[in-house]
Design a protein around this ligand. Structure first.
Ligand SMILES: [Zn+2]
Length: 108
């Protein structure tokens, strides 16, 4: 079972309290004139294998959204941070690089 830190409640939660909202940091673009770009914006996701950044909601707690970094291979959770952050904090990226030599850095 995943134990993820909610930065709003400032406590660790079981995954049964949370719901995953999918890939984080999706950039909203003006794609109203192009159906394929609009489709990609709505549905196309990268489906990373390895270190990923996701949106999670503390559904049975504060109800707030936040970001989580975890590995999709072994479910190792590296950390969480505010939904308002447009990119992962440097301290989290440094931690991931230290723990995972195969991590190439955050790319967006
Ligand atoms: Zn919470």
């Amino acid at each position: 079972m995943l134990h993820i830190y909610c930065p709003i409640c400032e406590r660790y939660c079981d995954e049964t309290e949370l719901v995953c909202g999918g890939e984080a940091h999706i950039i909203r673009k003006d794609v109203t004139n192009n159906d394929q770009e609009f489709y990609d914006y709505l549905y196309a996701r990268k489906n990373f294998k390895g270190v990923t950044f996701e949106r999670w909601r503390h559904l049975f707690g504060c109800g707030k959204w936040f970001h989580v970094s975890r590995c999709t291979i072994n479910n190792q959770v590296f950390g969480s941070y505010s939904i308002r952050d447009s990119r992962p904090p440097k301290s989290l990226l440094t931690k991931i690089k230290r723990l995972r030599v195969d991590f190439k850095g955050w790319i967006k």
